[in-house]
Design a protein around this ligand. Structure first.
Ligand code: GLU
Length: 475
């Protein structure tokens, strides 16, 4: 989702990593951090603040070393605070790691690691990855065939246990000349420079230092060791690396091939939609489920009316939610403008479910409406894209969109993801009532096809543009 930079080479890493983070700022983030390895010590600074704040902290800490990792975070698990900012360090102190993405089975892995004596100092899913690497490493250390490959093997074993998405960069105190990166549904590239290597989620981070790039594919691990590197898959097959030469410079790289953020975010919709639905369909594929509603099926069966409240674009998403929920779940839905709800003293039935939608989770009128409903004793739910936002914290439960930061106005990928989530709510509530198993399966199948269908339309955008100008010239 947000930004990763890793460095190993002949120069001091701190400035290069921080410059890389500055280049990734355009993606949006809520906190930032950096760790350098020097003389068998991890020196780390993190902040729930801007990169400029991190640069100041790094300066004060006089960070040194030629190997390090840095990160800008867009929180998905755990609020926005220093303890949740990356890099994370394993509880045995041997590994440090940065991660972009979401680990769906982190709770199960965390429980396992707790039972093995590992400890956690954050609420993130990420900390499970670094502790799991440490766990596999400790197992290998007990083995007589412990070798130079043990770091890589521990990472590989860990990745095989993960469900979800990741781009990672990890370093180990026992291997001061190595850095490992890997990806699955989250970008990661290796820049190959003059006696230096830079790992990053975005070429913008290093386009000024080198034009030689290797784009990792899903399920691939790159291991840089002693000024050389190898790539293998997580199932241990070696991969032939193709070094490509990129033409663009650092300034145009931010937007890649796009001319502005709105265009970029429109084109990100297939991935954004996939991220909103990931891990939310049931095993038998006949319904959706959401972890954070905090309502039992019994309580949900008692709901006989839903009131949606929002402002602006999110209000339009509510209007579509009404059609979807009434059609599939047969529950009457009303939609209110948040700014009006607060003042009009609407009579609410005791079995009314109160839902708000806000991309930022900070829309002030929506927040006030939510507080008013809570004051009246209703169970309140929120759909939001920003973890730890005021609305997300204030509501009794909710659903995160996981579409990453949206910079462009008007909303594009956040809006379509809200509609997708509304369809999944309709399916979920419908299956608790009269929607049959077959009808549920059909809906799941149809929803799963949406990202691909959106991609097909996006692939025709040049043709659509051509037709638009033809139509315009007829007017
Ligand atoms: N899931 C991780 C967290 O909440 C990583 C988020 C990101 O992609 O920045 O910390």
């Amino acid at each position: 989702m947000c930004g990763i930079v890793g460095y190993i080479g002949k120069h001091e890493a701190s400035e290069i990593l921080l410059e890389g983070l500055k280049r990734l700022e355009y993606r949006g983030y809520d906190s930032a951090g950096i760790t350098l390895l020097n003389n068998n010590t991890f020196n780390r600074v993190r902040t729930p603040d801007r990169v400029a704040g991190l640069i100041q902290l790094a300066k004060n800490a006089n960070l040194q070393g030629r190997l390090g990792i840095a990160h800008t975070r867009w929180a998905t698990h755990g609020g926005i605070c220093e303890a949740n900012a990356h890099p994370h360090i394993s509880s045995d102190g041997l590994f440090t790691l940065v991660h972009n993405g979401v680990i769906e089975n982190y709770q199960k892995l965390k429980d396992f690691l707790l039972s093995k004596g590992f400890t956690f100092s954050s609420e993130t899913d990420t900390e499970t990855i670094v502790n799991l690497i440490a766990y596999y490493y400790s197992k290998q250390k007990e083995n007589p065939d412990f070798s130079k490959n043990s770091f890589l093997e521990s990472v590989r074993k860990t990745l095989n246990d993960l469900e979800g998405t990741y781009g990672i960069a990890v370093i180990c105190k026992d291997f001061p000349n190595d850095i490992i990166g890997a990806r699955k549904s989250s970008p990661l590239l290796l820049g190959v420079g003059e006696q230096e290597f830079i790992l990053s989620s975005d070429i913008a981070a290093f386009a000024r230092r080198t034009k030689n790039v290797i784009y990792l594919n899903d399920n691939e691990i790159v291991h840089v060791s002693n000024q050389d590197f190898t790539i293998q898959t997580i199932s241990d097959k070696s991969v032939r690396a193709i070094i490509e030469t990129v033409e663009w410079d650092g300034d145009s790289a931010d937007l890649g091939i796009f001319s502005h953020y709105m265009e970029k975010e429109i084109c990100e919709q297939p991935t954004a939609l996939l991220n909103s639905m990931r891990g939310r369909f049931s095993d038998d594929e006949s319904t959706a489920h959401f972890g954070g509603l905090n309502l039992s099926p019994q309580e949900l069966r008692h709901v006989d009316r839903i009131l949606f409240c929002a402002c602006g674009t999110a209000w339009h998403a509510c209007l579509i939610a009404k059609y979807l929920i009434e059609r599939f779940a047969r529950i009457p839905v009303e939609v209110d403008y948040a700014s009006e709800f607060r003042y009009r003293n609407a009579p609410l039935d005791k079995n009314t479910l109160f839902f708000v939608i806000s991309q930022s989770g900070e829309t002030i009128d929506t927040l006030s409406a939510l507080k008013e409903a809570k004051r009246k004793g209703y169970h309140t739910l929120a759909i939001s894209n920003v973890v730890g936002s005021t609305i997300a914290r204030e509501a009794n439960g909710g659903i995160y969109q996981h579409v990453g930061p949206e910079i462009g106005v008007a909303s594009t990928k956040a809006f379509t993801s809200q509609i997708l989530i509304a369809a999944m709510i309709a399916l979920f509530l419908g299956r608790l009532r009269d929607l049959s198993f077959e009808a549920g399966m059909k809906l799941v199948e149809a929803l799963k096809k949406v990202p691909e269908q959106v991609q097909t339309i996006l692939d025709s955008r040049l043709l659509i543009k051509k037709h638009c100008s033809q139509i315009r010239s007829l007017q």
